[in-house]
Design a protein around this ligand. Structure first.
Ligand code: UD1
Length: 355
């Protein structure tokens, strides 16, 4: 069996990292295509090196643009690869524009699609990722899900149960494999911060960054935090933060960090404040309380378990949630199947589906 796996943006890379070796070990040949949606070394190359991900056979150089131009350019370039290679299936992961582009290009060539991390739903169509998830899932032949709720979401949309397979959360496996590598490593010290003596923040979603009022509220809450705030800055957010660099600020801006540094920083933080999907899951796995600045989340399980609180972009509400998070007990149970066997379940599901 021969697959082409599509990656494009930062959150895709940690999803394929544990999967590609498992596919290879099972004799499933997988070539990687990188759309080039993320192209800065700190957003892409660094993860390949650190996570030992095989080099992409093709890099399509799609880069940034409007949603339609980025998705359309990726589709055109992916179609060429798929048409030439004619793999048995195309594997797409997550919910970024490259994910949907891969699914659309494959379906129109009649190539089966495998979607890893299928079935997540925020029910918020203003999120580009929600559109990407809905489209990708409708087109997929095999939907590999992280939670039982994801299965229920798909069944409610009329997707037949025979196409859905609960495999668990691949992000959990990536994290569990990285943890031993950061044992005893405390990257916060490099920034003069003590473990449990800082809050870790990342904000990059359009609903926060593209609305100046929302972003001001988030920033105001971070600046009045009782603990210093370490903030690795996504390129999208950088220009909004230029005036936060004075020495008085509680907020310490740093460049985007490699994966294992991010894991160690989350592990050691008093709390995480974010609008990222992956960090809600990672903080939950690491027993670090999370505050998510969003109107909704497709990772409801993290909220239900008590690991995560959803807050609107209002400074008083964020400040209250940070203060609560810092002192709350960290004894929530981990979600089922968020373990180190996810890639094995994925391989088994693919093998069964294509037997
Ligand atoms: C994308 C994903 C989002 C994910 C995020 C993680 C979609 C719709 N969104 O958002 O789900 O959480 O990745 O990072 O696919 N830029 C650079 N260098 C890069 C990449 C981007 O400077 O290597 C800048 C460009 O100004 C670009 C902007 O970031 O216009 C946004 O990049 P884009 O890939 O469109 O979306 P993200 O915000 O990164």
């Amino acid at each position: 069996m021969r697959l082409v796996a599509v990656v494009g943006a930062r959150p895709n890379f940690m999803k394929v990292a544990p999967l590609l070796p498992a596919l290879a070990a099972a004799g499933i040949q997988t070539d990687l295509v990188h759309t080039g949606q993320h192209y800065d070394a700190a957003m892409s190359e660094v993860f390949f090196k650190e996570l030992g991900i095989q080099a992409p056979r093709w890099n399509l150089g799609v880069a940034s643009g409007t949603h339609a131009s980025q998705t359309g350019t990726a589709m055109i370039a992916l179609e060429e690869v798929f048409a030439r290679e004619r793999p048995d299936a195309v594997l797409v992961v997550g919910d970024v524009n490259s994910t949907m582009a891969g699914a659309l290009a494959a379906v129109k060539l009649g190539i089966p699609i495998l979607h890893l991390e299928a079935g997540l739903r925020s029910r918020d169509m203003s999120m580009p990722e929600e559109v990407n998830r809905l489209v990708t899932d409708q087109l997929s032949t095999l939907l590999l899900t992280p939670t039982l709720r994801a299965n229920e979401n798909l069944l409610a949309e009329g997707i037949p149960a025979t196409r859905i397979q609960l495999v668990g959360n691949i992000m959990a496996q990536t994290l569990l494999e990285a943890l031993p590598r950061v044992l005893g490593v405390q990257p916060s010290c490099k920034f003069g911060l003590e473990p449990k003596g800082y809050v870790l923040a990342t904000i990059h979603r359009p609903e926060n960054t593209d609305e100046p009022e929302s972003f001001r509220e988030v920033l105001s809450a971070l600046q009045s935090s009782s603990l210093p705030v370490l903030f690795p800055v996504h390129p999208r957010t950088r220009c909004l933060l230029e005036d936060v660099t004075d020495g008085e600020s509680q907020v310490r801006l740093i460049e985007p960090v490699p994966y294992s540094t991010m894991i160690a920083l989350q592990r050691d933080a008093a709390a995480v404040i974010t609008d990222s999907g992956g960090m809600q899951e990672e903080a939950c796995m690491l027993h670090t309380p999370c505050v998510t600045v969003r109107r909704n989340t497709e990772r409801e399980i993290t909220v239900e378990l008590g690991a995560n609180e959803l807050v609107s972009a209002s400074a008083p509400e964020i400040s209250r949630a940070i203060a609560t998070a810092i002192v709350k007990p960290r004894d929530w149970p981990l979600p089922e199947l968020w373990d180190a066997q996810v890639s094995a379940r994925v391989v088994e599901a693919i093998t069964r589906a294509f037997a």
